[in-house]
Design a binder for this molecule. Sequence first.
Ligand code: SF4
Length: 247
Amino acid sequence: MTKQNNYITSNKSSWCPGCSNFSIRAALIRAFSELNLKPHEISMVFDIGCAGNSCVLYNVYGFHGLHGRTVPLAVGAKLANNKLTVIGIAGDGGAYGEGLNHLVEAARSDYNITLIVSNNKLYSLTTGQASPTSERGTKTKSTPEGVNKTGLNPLLIALSAGAGFVARGYADEVEHLSGIFKKAINHKGFSLIDVLQPCITLDKKNTREWYQQRIYQLDDKWPVEDRNKAIIKVQEWGDKIPIGIFF
Ligand code: SF4
């Protein structure tokens, strides 16, 4: 097992103190370590956003690209050197807004990359505008009277586009999230992990407490080979929110 310290740099983070992006990073380096991947065997690509700012925190090959372009950069890295484990990191704005068609094409094409999305339902780096996953009625800086559109369900989109590995995690359940990451990295094809990531600075609705009252883990008997059941399950949202590997 490679020590976790080998995957991190000494660079200072730009994240707010206590940001749940720290937990996602902890889960990912734990997965790298337990899979015994060497830093030189990993390539990570990032776009613009709070999540993308973790580019400087990982001691692996890295590329910090334009907003919404995580997926094509990841595909390019994989095509250039298919021995690399390629991980894309994006936020909900980049992955499901500007980059949505890239995600659909990568899922259809089944490129062997792992896409991890920090989904806080906001454009947080630009101080809290509505994103594609903001729910209808959500009041934000850019929607003072409430979002007047339906929030996207990215897992439903990925499943209908043919993605072979579709999961949802919760940022602060590090052990559970790390287990999902390990299986996604080992999956031979496109994998999407949508990570519920409360923005503790800007979001007064989807807070840690709000999520902790609602999330529950899929049990071991969940039929991960049944796409139709996954399509129904990923739409459960409200008093109860499932996390785990749906498909
Ligand atoms: Fe994290 Fe939100 Fe701060 Fe961005 S604005 S670093 S998502 S807490």
